[in-house]
Design a binder for this molecule. Structure first.
Ligand code: DX5
Ligand code: ZN
Length: 232
């Protein structure tokens, strides 16, 4: 059976004046997940969107909303996103004082939980919490901005994360998604998939691909990403 790959456009690069329409159009064009980047100008040097925007887009789509928290601390804001309709909530281990507790909090509120690894953050944070993680997100850029260049050492790290997940799934039968975020585009997505990712965030590559009002403007970029993945 062909491997299942998921494409998660990051709305960070969408037109915020037309956010609902952007989401409808990108999902209609074949995207699987809405990647929702939350930045606080404290943990990362940029400021974006919060639970109010998540709540506003929830009725627009049935797609999974994947909330990537780049905020510190995390526990105060997690319930707000659960209430706003997030399906997945991921956070950076450095941003939580009690990682195990924050992961449990996400799960207790009915969401899937995940840890996010900056380029220099070791995977050893996973050692004692694999049972509490539904998604592992590897940053392939330093978090804070869309449109940066993919950091090549992520490929090795993806292989290591893939090995950890496969060993864990073999033992427990439970699946964990491996997502990659930053600088992913049609030129590198196949290589990134070969290194072990199954879920691909792409912001500027997707939303930069169609600036007009054509409702099908994202068809061609989504088809090229899928065509590249089909080669894997
Ligand atoms: C970066 C964000 C990413 C970003 C990806 O801090 O977490 O999700 O929007 O954008 P591109 O695909 O343009 O690198
Ligand atoms: Zn992100």
């Amino acid at each position: 059976m062909a491997k299942q790959f998921r494409i998660a456009p990051s709305i960070l690069s969408a037109n915020f004046a037309k956010l609902g329409q952007e989401i409808t159009d990108v999902i209609t064009s074949g995207a699987d997940i809405v990647h929702f980047d939350v930045m606080d100008n404290h943990y990362v040097p940029n400021l974006t969107i919060g639970p109010l925007v998540c709540e506003a887009i929830r009725p627009v789509t049935d797609a999974i909303i994947d909330v990537h928290l780049m905020v510190q601390p995390v526990d105060r804001i997690i319930p707000d996103f659960a209430k706003a309709g997030a399906n997945i909530i991921t956070f950076h281990p450095e941003a939580s004082n009690h990682i195990d507790r924050s992961l449990s909090l996400v799960r207790d509120l009915g969401c899937k939980s995940g840890l996010v690894f900056n380029p220099a953050t070791p995977l050893s944070y996973l050692d004692y919490v694999m049972d509490k993680v539904d998604m592992i997100l590897l940053m392939s850029v330093n978090p804070g901005f869309g449109g940066q260049k993919f950091i090549p050492s992520t490929l090795d790290k993806l292989r290591q994360a893939r090995a950890r997940i496969d060993a864990y799934t073999e033992k427990t039968g439970r699946e964990i998604w491996l997502e990659v975020d930053g600088g992913v585009n049609a030129a590198n997505i196949a290589e990134v998939a070969r290194a072990g990712a199954d879920t691909f965030v792409a912001g500027s590559a997707v939303f930069g691909a169609g600036k007009d009002t054509d409702p099908n403007r994202y068809d061609s970029i989504l088809s090229s990403l899928r065509a590249e993945l089909a080669k894997v």
